[in-house]
Design a protein. Structure first.
Length: 347
């Protein structure tokens, strides 16, 4: 009888221990283990990160780091860490957190537009992807790569069509470049290529002219008219005489693309630069900025008219007054010069 009682006690203690163990396992796996006010947060795991670094990045969002570590090791996550952007949601348990980190790399939205140089583009993209600006600059300005398309470090910006794209955060610089090349090929489909051919322009020339249109007017509705004007001048072998190209030439000469130039002076018009379209006829050797798709479309589908001249309209800011003759243009210009002098804009 005594022995039976001892056996019963041992069995009961074993069952109790097993129950406690099962509870602890269940609690570690399935009890909520987040501490956050927001419904969702994101953890960025860098390429090459070890388990300790993952834990450091997760620590602000977890109630109990020890139980997370135990579950992560049990599920062999510590040996199979993957870089990327992962969601941690309010109320998640350790099992869900580990599963998220193992297989749910979430993409990011990467946007860029209006950069004037590949270096500026690299800096913009580096704020949105893991790749740093230095690796992006080296990759985007690689001369051998650009040479395949007849481009160089100045004109290479033409390969990047501004938009919002979906990338994994851990995308490398070469992967970014290759993806953007595919987007470029997709953009220049048969329809757009035929439109460019009908104008006698290559894709690079279209984007170059679109960049001038982009800088000339911020009004999307006016861009086809401005594009038509410049195309008229090109057909007549007239110099484009576009102030934005002179501004670009000044920036390139000084090496300061951050400077703001509000007024082109007469002395600037003789600046010896292939981007100075007062001094040299035809298009500049490459884009002076990354044009919006609306500016590219404006060049491909320009307004048909007989305008050759334009000047800013001080009575309707943001728009221009257009003229078919130089005589009319000079009359329009008087009002603009008077206004700019009244504003005392020196540069």
């Amino acid at each position: 009888m005594y022995i039976k009682r001892i056996v019963l006690i041992v069995v009961l203690m074993g069952l109790l221990a097993a129950g406690i163990f099962a509870y602890l396992v269940y609690d570690a796996l399935f009890a909520p283990n987040t501490r956050m006010e927001e419904e969702e947060a994101y953890v960025f795991i860098p390429t090459g990160a070890g388990f300790d670094e993952v834990c450091i990045r997760l620590e602000p969002f977890l109630e109990d780091m020890n139980t997370f570590k135990a579950v992560a090791r049990k599920k062999h996550y510590a040996e199979h860490i993957k870089p990327g952007r992962y969601a941690v949601k309010k109320g998640m348990n350790n099992n869900e957190i580990v599963n998220s980190l193992r297989s749910r790399n979430l993409p990011v939205q990467v946007s860029f537009n209006n950069q004037e140089t590949l270096s500026e583009l690299a800096g913009r993209v580096a704020t949105q992807l893991e790749a740093d600006s230095l690796s992006l600059v080296r990759t985007l300005t690689d001369s051998l790569y650009l040479h395949k398309f007849g481009l160089n470090a100045r004109s290479g910006i033409a390969l990047y069509i501004p938009n919002t794209y979906e990338f994994f955060w851990n995308t490398s610089a070469p992967e970014f470049r290759e993806r953007m090349h595919r987007e470029y090929e997709r953009f220049w489909n048969d329809t757009r290529q035929k439109e460019a051919d009908s104008l006698g322009l290559s894709p690079l020339q279209v984007i170059t002219l679109a960049s001038v249109v982009q800088k000339e007017t911020a009004k999307v509705s006016e861009r086809p008219r401005v594009a038509g004007l410049y195309l008229n001048r090109l057909k007549k072998d007239m110099a484009l005489q576009a102030d934005p190209t002179v501004i670009y030439a000044i920036k390139e000469q000084t090496g300061n693309f951050d400077t703001i130039i509000k007024r082109v002076l007469f002395r600037d018009l003789v600046l010896d630069s292939p981007y100075n379209t007062y001094k040299y006829r035809g298009l500049p050797p490459g884009p002076i900025t990354m044009p919006d798709i609306s500016s590219i479309e404006a060049v491909l589908q320009p307004e048909n008219h007989n305008y050759y001249y334009m000047v800013a309209d001080v009575e309707n800011f943001g728009f221009h007054k257009f003229a078919e003759s130089l005589t009319r243009h000079n009359r329009n210009k008087v009002q603009y010069i008077r206004w700019i002098n009244e504003q005392k804009i020196k540069r």
